[in-house]
Design a protein around this ligand. Sequence first.
Ligand code: ATP
Ligand code: MG
Length: 563
Amino acid sequence: MSPAARKSGAAPDFIRGIIAGDRARGRHDGRVGTRFPPEPNGFLHIGHAKSIVLNFGVAAENGGTCFLRYDDTNPAKEEQLYVDAIARDVEWLGYRWSGRRRFASDHFERLYEFAETLIRRGKAYVDSLSAEEMRALRGTLETPGTESPWRDRSVEENLDLFRRMRAGEFADGAHVLRARIDMRSPNLNLRDPTLYRIRRLRHHRTGDDWCIYPMYDFAHALSDAIEGITHSLCTLEFEDHRPLYDWCVRESRAEFVPRQIEFARLNVSYTVLSKRRLLRLVEEGVVSGWDDPRMPTIAGLRRRGAPPAAIRAFCDRVGVAKRDSTVDVALLEYAIREELNRTSRRFLGVLDPVRLVVENFPEDRVETFTAVNNPEDPGAGTREIPFTRELFIERGDFLEEAPRKWFRLSPGREVRLRAAWLVTCTGFTKDADGRLTEVRCRLDPASRGGSAPDGRRVRGTLHWVSARHAVPVEVRLYDRLFRTEDPGRDGDLFADLNPDSMTTVRGQAEPAVRDLGPGDRIQFERLGYFVCDPVDSVAGQPVLNRTVTLRDAWARIRKRQRR
Ligand code: ATP
Ligand code: MG
């Protein structure tokens, strides 16, 4: 999908305001060009989704372009696997970048030329201090830094050394290229930051062509300039880097001048959003991979069953602001639930089955009832479900001794079996250990379809499955991966893991689940939303992941906030 085809539902915000102002003033002839610049050192997460929705959304709204540009300047941590996963996730979210995919490494030659321009203009020098010596001279927030003894090398010497760095004449760490700015600047980023370092590492795209690699600030600013990015949107931690961003563009004499604008990064409660920490969860086997359904990655959310429209709606709801805040994970769950409510077909399935025998229904008879596939979407049609004498119901829907306000089964109580009959509980049996093995009931022959002939009120409606027709399904009940709001706050991320973040049960579902394909999203009535796991399901034998329950925690939080 082209960016133009994907208008977002976002409200106006300060970034959209700045862009509208720039266009009104005719800056860049009113053209808008953005980019999403991931480093291919991990999978994208929900925080990246915010940046994607913003960058692609703003471009679409202004008839502009949005590039996907990989920031692949650090070959030590970057892999092709991540490059591919990132593209897949951006597309799955519903966005299509303009033109081909871009890479900072596409620009290595031009970046190198910009560096030579800086040297020729006396704005950069080759420093031969060790990393420790450089650190020691850098100073602190309170104390100014000290100039390197190599700071006043001549242009000729700097050019010669830099060319020999490129040619591979020196060992890793022997020299770096530094910007010549101001060692006394209160902004540490301006204390002669490193622009290039020597690293003998194979790059996933340029192979062994280079043994010097540019640093992020330099490469990012000038890649923006090379690509004609009008508005370079990034997160707040880069605010202090903006003077360096502008310096790189200005002093390298780049023709095009992009503008960096910072916005608050997304934080979500009960969640970690840092690739470094997510990588640890993967490497230490806490989760099954980057796409584990408990991961806040796009791949994890997809496998969990979240529709891309829900993620976009969530990002629109969160909005774009200049101040950091933490969004309640319940809002994400709410957005997912809202979208699934609109779009997913309803099924009957039982997660903790116990047998229900309908005493006055003949042994060999099969009756079919018509059930609505999605009450929110008449176009979704109906389906037939078989009813027989022996059914499965949820163990938790029976209580031997029930309180007055119990609207499920208990001896003498009447309930509705969804779309079928009204039944009254007549008895039950337990095994030697006191575990319930069977519930018995009688149906009211005048209640076909589930309504009482005399208009009597039956409050409870239970889901059920014909035992003879039921399809056994493996169901994975997912919960939050962490049990604390700010995981790792006390130092140990792993101590905050929720030990019950995944439970596997063997359920029984109506026959139609056999036809589910990988990635199909459904609601099991009364239980929640589920997705047919794309990895572990085999034809006719779906494995179902619970996406979210039906309980709306967000409604409760909103109510509390309004008070
Ligand atoms: P992480 O901290 O997870 O490693 P990162 O910022 O190092 O993230 P990048 O691949 O450099 O990851 O990010 C690509 C883009 O996504 C950047 O523009 C970055 O600002 C943005 N981004 C990353 N995390 C978030 C977040 N939590 N909220 C909003 N935008 C984010
Ligand atoms: Mg980064």
